[in-house]
Design a protein around this ligand. Sequence first.
Ligand SMILES: *[C@@H]1O[C@H](CO)[C@@H](O)[C@H](O)[C@H]1NC(C)=O
Ligand SMILES: *[C@@H]1O[C@H](CO)[C@@H](O)[C@H](O)[C@H]1NC(C)=O
Ligand SMILES: *[C@@H]1O[C@H](CO)[C@@H](O)[C@H](O)[C@H]1NC(C)=O
Ligand SMILES: *[C@@H]1O[C@H](CO)[C@@H](O)[C@H](O)[C@H]1NC(C)=O
Length: 366
Amino acid sequence: MPKKRVAGYHQWRREFIYVFCMLGLSIILIELNSFMNWPHLPTGTTTMQDQADAVAPAQRKLAFLFVTRNRMPLDIVWSLFFQEAAKEFFSIYIHSRPGFIYNKRTTACRYFYNRQISTSILVDWGEASMIEAEKLLLVEALKDPANDRFVLVSDSCIPLYNFTYIYNYLMTSPKSFVDSFFDAKESRYNPKMAPVIQRENWRKGSQWFALKRDHAAIVAADADVFRMFQRHCKRRPLPEFWRQQSMNGDPSKQHNCIPDEHYVQTLLAIKGLEDEVERRGITFSLWDQSGRIQERKGWHPVTFALSDANVDLIRGIKNITSINYEAEYRTEWCTSNGTAQPCFLFARKFTRHAAMKLLNLTLQAI
Ligand SMILES: *[C@@H]1O[C@H](CO)[C@@H](O)[C@H](O)[C@H]1NC(C)=O
Ligand SMILES: *[C@@H]1O[C@H](CO)[C@@H](O)[C@H](O)[C@H]1NC(C)=O
Ligand SMILES: *[C@@H]1O[C@H](CO)[C@@H](O)[C@H](O)[C@H]1NC(C)=O
Ligand SMILES: *[C@@H]1O[C@H](CO)[C@@H](O)[C@H](O)[C@H]1NC(C)=O
């Protein structure tokens, strides 16, 4: 009798161990499986970035990166824009003058409170420091593993659609959006940039990008191409300042590079990633072709004031479905993940009064 009891006990223990082992094995297999399906497998050197990538986010966020000086003139517009969105769907980072703090006293948009990055620098017109500001914003935004798309906006930008529309447009696209064309203009490419930047990879376009996470990480991490821009890509001073600069030879013969309108597009071309990019911008601007001084034509986007801001202007911009790149004989039919879409999600430059007048037209469908 006791013997049987012992045998039963042993058998029960064997079965228990067996079940326990199978359970353990299946847990290991499930873990292994989800590990293999991980979207960003950490490879090679484990950096802080890789660790951030290894956390599966509950909800993918759209990160808004603002470049501004100090106050946000269109803060009321953005306040209404973000009001509609649940906070787990977006995040905000602001590069402003160092030391400027967003709080109740400095902005009417509570979503901006304390969203200034602490690493901000002084941005000089025409220098590579504007690119540096963009890189610093990306570095901060990449620290949140939930941030999945990164859109750069200026303080004179307005959204053309509501949050949901813009979020879906960018999130469903497997590609980044970067305005980019081959730039053959001799005056902008400096051969001293070779071999880091070869002429065939030299690109131009507007600086207002929307990047997916792996592209954002590449831009944030790049040091080599950025160094070439610091050394050899500078914006030539405006004609009215030429006399002051004449010590450096004939200013009309200097390279007029405009760093922020070349950097991201050129870097992605060098890395061979143009297949993963919709080569067009999502931010509309109208270039001023009316300048009296030839040298100045097309240098500045038009600022829309109160009298220009009307339904037809916004309808017209929203109705654009293709962009013509004359230099490349290329017409970019605007799509996102293969379906035809309006080209532009944002537009600039708007004064505060113009933007307020347009509020009803942009956030509600027209
Ligand atoms: C992109 O388009 C493909 C094919 O139409 C579709 O299967 C896929 O679900 C789309 N992706 C997203 C994220 O919407
Ligand atoms: C939109 O574009 C189409 C074709 O380009 C044009 O026929 C139509 O009049 C435009 N509509 C508006 C409201 O601008
Ligand atoms: C916007 O629309 C609301 C009602 O829909 C109206 O009360 C308000 O006056 C409009 N604002 C402007 C600036 O048109
Ligand atoms: C957002 O905008 C889209 C397109 O303009 C519209 O169809 C949709 O109803 C809007 N959603 C809300 C919540 O207003």
